[in-house]
Every structure is written in structure tokens, then in C-alpha cells.
Design a protein around this ligand. Structure first.
Ligand SMILES: NC(=O)c1ccc[n+]([C@@H]2O[C@H](COP(=O)([O-])OP(=O)(O)OC[C@H]3O[C@@H](n4cnc5c(N)ncnc54)[C@H](OP(=O)(O)O)[C@@H]3O)[C@@H](O)[C@H]2O)c1
Length: 294
């Protein structure tokens, strides 16, 4: 299949490109710069010049493909609402091109926002995901007849090259001289290795059912205290609980998120697509030490 991939040069997207090429698909990757185009060519993919804001470029990319994976996102947390709007428009535009065909549209969404007190499942709605609009935008496309699927990712997609939330938590530990966890540290984050996530994107592309939600979850829920303990051990720092203002001071922009308890199951995804994670868990990945090099 010829697949148009947005975010093809990103942490997860670059793994998706490798996964698709390895399975015999062709990749047309959205590239917003010459450097991105060169990276795609070096990876064995074709570059499609454009950007998430340039809707014509998205239309052309989708029209030239037999399927679309949307893994691009503008991670500008100072203008998060605007990034979410751009994301929504991009999904609508991609869906508009695929409407009336069986060509798949795989849309990345998140598992943050659930407040169920139990592991969320693929069949649970996630009204707390706003302001991010990826999931409702994809489901709206499915309701209009597009073969659109949602792939929900956990807060930690880990592996070589990770510069997401776990590296941020390591940075806070270094800066403050303490590996902290919020409250009792029992709140849980699900996690997945980027290579396992990439394989799931391919399976959803190939087999996904319109309107379905899939969970890219290998670790159902890793307690924040366990994450802090590995960090403390590797950085030779004390491990401590932080609550209230102390937690806000320590985790700064990540404070609310760090306190989230968002365990998630992927039992239905595994059953429906035959997906089986094989890569190291988050704690194993942290134990291996590459997160503590610099
Ligand atoms: N990493 C995680 O732990 C994690 C967890 C949950 C959800 N997610 C979601 O998974 C998806 C992929 O994340 P990621 O970690 O791979 O992100 P990333 O490494 O930041 O990659 C973002 C991708 O989007 C592209 N991009 C950004 N702004 C663009 C624009 N204006 N026009 C065109 N392309 C643009 C980037 O292109 P350049 O290479 O040109 O910068 C890059 O290819 C996102 O939706 C993210 O929110 C990630």
C-alpha cells in the first residue's frame, strides 16, 4: 500500500516509516523542511513537501496514497489550543479526501483525560481528552463514512530518542536534586515502546475497522513512585514524595499531568488485531540506562 504519513520525521513517525517499509509498503512522508525531506529520503521514503497548516498539501498527499497515518502534531504547549485546532482541521481535510473509499485513515490520540479509577478500555469514551480534538475529529469522519480509526497512545511512548515526558521528569530530578513523585506515588501511567507502537499503527492501517479505537498500551499502569525510584537510583539522588505547592514547584508545567492516574488496558486491541508488544517495558528501558547518559 502507498501510505501518506504525517509526522513521518518525528520520534514515533520515523519508527512507523521503518515499520511500513519493512512490511513492504511504500511511504510518502510529509516534510516541512529540506532537512525533513533528506531524512525521509535517507530512510527510504518519498518526501511530500507541505505542512499541517497547508491544507492543500495534505489534500495532495492523501490523494496520492492508498492510506493515511496521521502522526504529526505541533507540540507547542504555549499555544496548545491553536495546535489542537490545526490538528482538527488536518484530520477533517485528510478525511475529506478519503471519503467514499475504503482507504484507511489512522489518527493518533491520547489516553490522558480519563478519570475512571480503573483501566480504560477501547470502548470507553474519553470526554476528558479536550482540548485535544484528534479523537472526536476522527470519529466524526468515521460517522461520515470514512474508514477512520483512532490509535490512543499513553503518556509515555519510550525508546531510543525519547524526548517526551519521562525525560522531562528526569530533568526535574536533576534540576532539583531529588527524584520526586506526586503524593503517595500510586498514580499510574500506561506506557509503550515506540517500536511496538509503530507495529500497531501498521496493523490498524491494514486491519482497522471504521470508528474503532485501539490502545497502544504495553504497560497497563506504571506507578509514578516506581518511575521515581529508578530515576533516583540511576542519578544517585534521594527519592521523595511532593504534594501541593512543592509538587507544583518541582514538576512545574507537568505537575497536573504527573499526578494523573490513567491506567489503560489493551486487551481488546490485542484480541482484535493480534498485536503483541515484544519490546522492553518502561521500567526495563529506564533500567538499561540510556535515559541517563547526558
Ligand atoms: N512521544 C510520546 O510519548 C507521545 C505520547 C502520547 C501521544 N503522542 C502523540 O504521538 C504523535 C507523534 O508524537 P512524536 O513523539 O513522534 O512527536 P514529535 O517527535 O514531536 O514529532 C512531531 C512530528 O510532527 C511534525 N510537525 C510538527 N509541526 C509540523 C507542522 N507545522 N507541519 C508539518 N509537520 C509538523 C514534525 O516534523 P519535523 O520533523 O519537521 O519537526 C514531526 O515529524 C503526536 O500526535 C503526539 O502528540 C506522543
Amino acid at each position: 500500500m502507498r501510505v501518506f504519513v504525517t509526522g513521518a520525521t518525528g520520534f514515533i513517525g520515523s519508527a512507523i516509516v521503518q515499520e511500513l517499509l519493512g512490511a513492504g509498503h511504500q511511504v510518502l512522508g510529509l516534510a516541512r523542511s529540506e532537512a525533513a525531506a533528506q531524512a525521509l529520503a535517507a530512510a527510504g521514503a518519498e518526501a511530500h513537501p507541505g505542512s499541517l497548516e497547508d491544507l492543500d498539501s495534505l489534500r495532495r498527499g492523501a490523494a496520492a496514497a492508498e492510506g493515511v497515518i496521521h502522526a504529526g502534531f505541533i507540540h507547542d504547549f504555549a499555544n496548545f489550543q491553536a495546535s489542537c485546532e490545526t490538528d482538527r482541521r488536518a484530520i477533517e481535510t485528510l478525511g475529506g479526501v478519503l471519503a467514499g473509499s475504503d482507504r484507511p485513515l489512522v489518527v493518533t490520540a491520547g489516553l490522558a483525560g480519563f478519570a475512571l479509577g480503573r483501566p480504560s478500555t477501547e470502548d470507553d469514551d474519553n470526554p476528558g481528552a479536550a482540548p485535544r480534538l484528534s479523537e472526536p475529529a476522527a470519529l466524526a469522519q468515521a460517522a461520515q463514512g470514512v474508514r477512520a480509526m483512532v490509535l490512543r497512545l499513553p503518556p509515555s511512548v519510550h525508546g531510543a530518542g525519547d524526548y517526551g515526558f519521562v525525560p522531562a521528569i528526569i530533568g526535574f530530578a536533576r534540576a532539583n536534586g531529588v527524584a520526586a513523585y506526586p503524593g503517595e506515588g500510586l498514580n499510574r501511567w500506561p506506557a509503550v515502546h515506540r517500536l511496538d507502537a509503530a507495529r500497531l499503527y501498521r496493523l490498524v492501517l491494514e486491519q482497522g475497522v471504521a470508528g474503532a479505537r485501539y490502545h497502544g498500551v504495553a504497560d497497563e499502569g506504571v506507578p509514578m513512585r516506581d518511575i521515581a525510584e529508578v530515576i533516583g537510583r540511576h542519578l544517585h539522588l534521594p527519592v521523595a514524595s511532593k504534594s501541593g505547592q512543592e509538587a507544583a514547584d518541582h514538576f512545574t508545567w507537568l505537575a497536573t499531568f504527573a499526578a494523573n492516574d490513567v491506567p489503560a488496558s489493551s486487551a481488546l486491541t490485542r484480541q482484535r488485531l493480534g498485536w503483541q508488544p515484544t519490546q522492553p517495558s518502561l521500567l526495563e528501558d529506564l533500567e538499561q540506562g540510556s535515559y541517563f547518559g547526558g
